[in-house]
Design a protein around this ligand. Sequence first.
Ligand SMILES: Nc1ncnc2c1ncn2[C@@H]1O[C@H](COP(=O)(O)OP(=O)(O)OP(=O)(O)O)[C@@H](O)[C@H]1O
Ligand SMILES: O=P(O)(O)OC[C@H]1O[C@H](OP(=O)(O)OP(=O)(O)O)[C@H](O)[C@@H]1O
Ligand SMILES: [Mg+2]
Length: 288
Amino acid sequence: MAGQMNSLLKVAVPNKGSLAEAAASMLREAGYRQRNDLKDLVLVDETNGVEFYYLRPKDIAVYVGEGTLDLGITGRDMLLDSGAQAEEVKALGFGGTRFRFAAPGGASMTVADLNGKRIATSYSGLVSTYLAGRGVSARLIHLDGAVESSVRLGVADVVADVVETGTTLKRAGLELFGDPILVSEAILIQRAGVAAPDGLDLLIRRLSGVITARDYLMVDYNVPREKLEAATAITPGLDSPTVSPLAREGWVAVRAMIPAKQAQQVMDDLWATGADAILVTKIHACRI
Ligand SMILES: Nc1ncnc2c1ncn2[C@@H]1O[C@H](COP(=O)(O)OP(=O)(O)OP(=O)(O)O)[C@@H](O)[C@H]1O
Ligand SMILES: O=P(O)(O)OC[C@H]1O[C@H](OP(=O)(O)OP(=O)(O)O)[C@H](O)[C@@H]1O
Ligand SMILES: [Mg+2]
């Protein structure tokens, strides 16, 4: 198969930071080779026709937007901040954050209160676009990190930063205000306004397989035939559940995929309906 490919698909992967490990794990789970040495800058996976470039996550949209690399994994917040000519192809379901304003006593503030304020952020592009869209005029103080300390240290009145658990903000004595500027997660990006590169469909199918295998479990159970309708209403499956005959008179076996987060509730509900031998198993890989 590799022999048929005339050129390798060039994919950028975060080399460090919050997304790096999760991105590499997802690619590994999808069957791609990943680097073992964190100092490697490039890894060629000839068998799968892909070349991985390990780059700073904030730079990835730039490389993809310029067309030097075909695809990249980065954060949605980073893509929008960069202003690069790249677009989101697929959300990857990890690295979830919110991008928020916060200030001391922020609980009583609104976005309109930002007029004339100094806002510290590492995402100046994202914040200036947001403020311009709302007719707010503020001074942006660009910092590379540890933005939460800027207010205490007197260089800013407000911060606009990535929030995951909110612990860092709380420690700095800051309170959130306004709607989230952006809900972010890791995404796959490609150059905007050009045809999809060869190999994109296959990569997406593989990544989708990993996401589905993480989000769903398989449930098997036996149920009296007269309870089948009630039971399959609880486990409709993605398409339709598989129903098979059982040697046991009047009973059938059912198999369906269920959302992993609801597994315990589904088992309780099935049991209450009269099902038994309820088994939940992990999906290792799939193509849906
Ligand atoms: N807990 C988190 N803190 C920061 N960013 C996170 C977190 N979880 C997910 N992300 C996402 O990861 C990306 C930030 O990547 P970045 O490489 O800046 O991470 P980092 O942990 O801040 O690394 P560093 O500060 O070492 O550069 C953004 O898309 C952000 O939304
Ligand atoms: O809401 P939390 O769960 O507390 O996580 C969010 C914090 O983590 C990140 O900082 P990081 O550790 O990357 O340091 P940095 O600011 O120097 O990038 C981010 O910039 C926030 O400060
Ligand atoms: Mg950081």
